[in-house]
Design a protein around this ligand. Structure first.
Ligand code: SME
Length: 376
């Protein structure tokens, strides 16, 4: 009999000689989202991945360091290889516990750079125990004597298809994952040479860039059919949202003149009035309607007339948070026929470091089609 297990992505994993290189986040996210909590002794399906996501979200809500959020997400990752042995059985299986401890240390080493300290272990266990309390209450209707633990996140136990859970697990992972020091990170190196790179960046998941030539050609067809902004920008946002992975908002803000003079001083008030940005067609959650010229990522792109590629929006002074899921953003100015900024294309992602120089180039090419063929 083989002394390895074959994982979802096809890796041969040897439990007795686990190898850090064989530990793959896609395997963990997939297997944990298909493995049921409590060995199936629950009133409805609730996966280990859902439990892990709850723990990670609680850690984030408590504003614990990113490392601890990730530790909470990964604290049961060993079960992807070893399976979930209930605590009373585990007590009887010292060899299992030894292998489990070794495996979880390897997983933390792989993704956090080192095993957890005792203090970190305590913080993770406190959240894990709190989540276990709610799991028992919701999934076993187990009335417990203690009062509910103080949780910032309200646990919700509705059914979610495993594919969505798997994606959420991966999204959370990439939001909090930092490449351990010394490990090569080609994407970060490429971004570090760009002009907007003062902020810490996260390794990007490897993804093929969308075919920007094809997107530009499709957009041109739409523009030749109808160049007016409403249908053109509506289809442009749909094209981008569909083609770009890990994007939670894609759309436009358009220039509108106002009566307000820009700047603080009286002298400035006599100068030309500042325009503003008004929400245009988009795909995603509802968004703020007006953005002052020069404010947030969009206003900055418009005022400075320069693409803003922001790996981490929380490090961008004045960033305007429309969707709390957004962590990275790219904004490209759009010009009218006279060369004046007429609006911006804005794209948000839940993944830090999501946008690359290839995206910047591709989206600027996309915007050129809007400028050339659209009515401005
Ligand atoms: N984050 C933007 C606001 C627009 S939303 O992302 C849709 C900004 O800071 O300008």
């Amino acid at each position: 009999m083989a002394d390895y297990i074959s994982t979802y992505t096809g890796i041969r994993f040897y439990p007795a000689q686990p190898d850090a290189e064989g530990i793959c986040i896609e395997d963990i996210a997939h297997a944990l989202s298909l493995l049921c909590r409590g060995n199936g002794h629950v009133s409805k399906y609730w996966s280990i991945a859902q439990h892990s996501i709850l723990c990670a979200r609680e850690a984030a809500a408590r504003e614990l360091p990113d490392r601890l959020v990730l530790a909470c997400l990964l604290h049961d990752a060993g079960e992807c290889y070893l399976s979930d042995v209930p605590r009373p059985f585990k007590r009887e299986l010292p060899r299992y516990r030894e292998l489990e401890d070794r495996l979880i240390d390897l997983i933390y080493n792989r993704f956090l750079g080192s095993p957890l300290t005792k203090e970190e272990e305590r913080a993770v266990k406190e959240i894990d125990d709190g989540a276990l309390f709610y799991d028992l209450k919701e999934l076993l209707h187990n009335e417990q004597s203690e009062t509910d633990p103080q949780f910032h996140v309200v646990p919700s136990y509705g059914y979610v298809p495993f594919q969505e859970v798997e994606q959420e697990f991966l999204d959370l992972f990439y939001r909090y994952y930092r490449s351990p020091a010394g490990e090569p990170d080609a994407a970060a190196d490429a971004r570090a040479s760009g002009p907007d790179q003062k902020m810490p960046v996260t390794r990007m998941p490897e993804r093929p860039a969308p075919d920007y030539d094809l997107l530009a050609a499709q957009l041109r067809e739409f523009a030749l059919t109808e160049p007016s902004p409403m249908p053109l920008l509506s289809n442009a946002s749909a094209l981008l949202k569909e083609a770009m992975g890990d994007v939670n908002w894609a759309g436009f803000y358009v220039r509108r003149e106002t009566g307000d003079a820009g700047g603080e001083s009286g002298a400035a008030k006599k100068s030309a009035p500042e325009p503003e940005l008004l929400l245009g067609p988009f795909q995603g959650k509802t968004a703020c309607i007006r953005i002052p010229w020069g404010r947030g990522v969009c206003g900055t792109a418009a005022k400075e007339d320069r693409t803003q590629l922001v790996p981490d929006v929380h490090a961008f002074p004045g960033h305007i948070a429309c969707d709390s899921a957004s962590n990275a953003e790219i904004v490209v100015p759009i010009h009218d026929k006279s060369g004046r900024v007429a609006g911006v294309l804005d794209i948000d992602s839940p993944l830090k470091g999501r946008f690359s120089e290839a995206d910047r180039e591709g989206l600027e090419q996309f915007v050129k089609v809007l400028e050339e063929y659209g009515t401005w």
